[in-house]
Design a protein around this ligand. Structure first.
Ligand code: HEM
Length: 477
């Protein structure tokens, strides 16, 4: 492909979760499905029902939401496939344009284990086949709906799927004043990239959002090829779009809509359990200010370099308009190893501010996860974050950030410590806080552990219709 397609012409084909986190749809659940032995036909039938239901909405529909008030979006379903899931349903890649290695091998593979500093043997599920102790997930379904609505999505057919795992969000536990909080009690979902031509800042009038961010607005504007396959990325190159040779199913033609993966994205997914009791004990012993230093924001979402009145209620755009190099180069406000400073060092890793911002823009994620809560019969709580990050290049985005920033024991000038919130189970649990009267480093317990993880391909809507054999009809009709 020599020329990038125009994004504006393709919005009908891009799944809506790439331009919205559906904040107004307070209820959500994630389904992890394993297609049973010789049950591909039944699985496809169920997926076909979803295709017919109009629940998979496009980025265009999301973009026009405000103009289209008479047809409000009350429920959305997004569907993605692991490589083993695509292969099981019939995918045969071309030898010229195969899927990239991280996706083919899978997040739960031995190949990714040391790179991501994980212990996937302990997980309950992954994207890799061949482990009897772990569910091999073929299909990931994300469902969001309005609190007062009965969800319409037909439940997965137990005849098609040998294992169906549901990870449920309970909004009453994780929302205050309409805003999302993760289980340790911090506001989440503030810092997100603005995708040129696709996603504006959510929930605000675009002019107001720009005004609130002031001169720092451009720091968060990212080219679409960082998140959607087939478009220009931050290198001004077209993102690689793998293709298929044919679909291994009798009577099925090759995908008619050009490259099979155009308008798709990859999802890096993790079920991360949070040890809320350990966090609360830590907070009791050390106080809320130190807890905020671990995360890099105060619990209400204000940045630690905030100079306005304490507890001010500001827009997300204002709360995300800050840099590190000028105001907080040594980390006296936000420590260099804090979760958000590792995950987006903003301007701080370049020789100057401009080069720092430029290089951080090569490693951004669009976060779409939600907290979850499992209650057992005896009311034992297991809670955490069902983390989903959309990106177009798993190696340069999710994996780079995981390996070089989040779980790097020598990130910047730190030594022997990794992310205080989502560090490796194998890492020494220390955390450096410059200016601490009791000395620089404190020790921590392991606060989170992964219970499962996988890479999934989120197809464009035409490619999804093709996979499930819904050819010809438009989902938007
Ligand atoms: C249970 C696990 C996690 C918790 C509790 C958590 C919590 C948070 C919180 C409270 C924020 C600040 C709110 C915001 O800026 O939107 C944040 C930001 C962020 N997190 Fe996490 N997170 C977790 C796991 C992860 C993982 C696994 C990754 C990526 C590999 C990640 C990547 C990010 C990024 C990119 C940001 C935005 C940073 C910025 O732009 O300033 N998080 N997280």
């Amino acid at each position: 492909m020599k020329h990038a397609p125009f994004l504006s012409d393709q919005l009908c084909d891009i799944q809506g979760m790439l331009n919205s986190g559906f904040g107004w749809l307070t209820n959500s659940r994630f389904l992890l499905l394993t297609i049973g032995e010789e049950r591909q036909e039944q699985a496809r039938k169920w997926l076909f029902e979803i295709a017919k239901s109009n629940l998979m909405i496009s980025a265009k529909r999301v973009k026009d939401r405000k103009k289209n008030q008479e047809k409000p979006i009350r429920e959305v379903v997004a569907i993605a496939f692991s490589f083993s899931g695509l292969a099981k349903l019939g995918l045969k890649e071309t030898s010229n344009h195969p899927f990239p290695t991280p996706f083919r091998s899978g997040m739960g593979s031995a190949l990714r284990e040391s790179l991501l500093r994980d212990v996937p043997r302990e997980w309950r599920w992954s994207d890799v086949e061949g482990f009897s102790s772990r569910q091999a997930v073929h299909v990931l379904v994300a469902q969001w709906w309005l609190a007062d609505a009965e969800p319409r999505m037909p439940p997965p057919d137990p005849d098609a799927f040998s294992t169906i795992t549901t990870v449920e969000n309970r909004p009453e536990s994780f929302r205050k004043d309409g805003k999302l909080y993760e289980p340790f009690g911090f506001r989440d979902g503030i810092a997100q990239p603005v995708i040129r031509g696709l996603r504006d800042e959510e929930g605000g009038n675009p002019n107001r959002v720009k005004q609130d961010a002031g001169t720092l607005y451009e720091d968060r504007v990212i080219d679409p090829g960082e998140f959607v396959l087939g478009y220009r990325n931050q290198y001004d190159e077209l993102t690689y779009t793998p293709d298929l040779e044919h679909w291994a199913e009798s009577g099925r033609a090759t995908h008619p809509g050009g490259r099979f993966t155009l308008n798709g994205s990859y999802l890096a997914v993790r079920q991360i359990e949070q040890n809320v009791k350990a966090f609360e004990a830590f907070e009791k012993a050390n106080g809320e200010v130190i807890c905020a230093k671990l995360m890099g924001r105060s619990k209400d979402g204000l940045p630690l370099s905030w100079k306005g009145p304490p507890n001010a209620r500001v827009s997300d755009s204002t709360a995300d308009a800050f840099r590190y190099q000028v105001d907080d180069a040594d980390g006296f406000m936000c420590p260099k190893g804090a979760h958000i400073r590792r995950m987006n060092p903003r301007d701080s890793l370049g020789v100057d501010v401009k080069s720092g911002v430029k290089s951080s823009k090569l490693h951004r994620l669009l976060r779409r996860g939600r907290p979850y809560l499992e209650l057992s019969e005896d009311d034992d709580r297991r809670e955490g974050l069902f983390f989903i990050a959309c990106n177009a290049d798993l190696e340069r985005q999710f994996e780079f950030m995981h390996q070089r920033w989040m779980r790097n024991f020598r990130f910047v000038n730190l030594d022997h410590e990794d992310d205080p919130v989502v560090g490796s189970p194998k890492a020494p649990k220390m955390f450096t806080i410059p200016g601490l009267p009791s000395g620089g480093q404190i020790s921590l317990e392991t606060l989170t552990r992964s219970r499962g993880g996988g890479y999934f391909f989120l197809p464009g809507i035409k490619a999804f219709e093709f996979i499930v054999g819904y050819g010809g009809l438009s989902l938007e009709s």
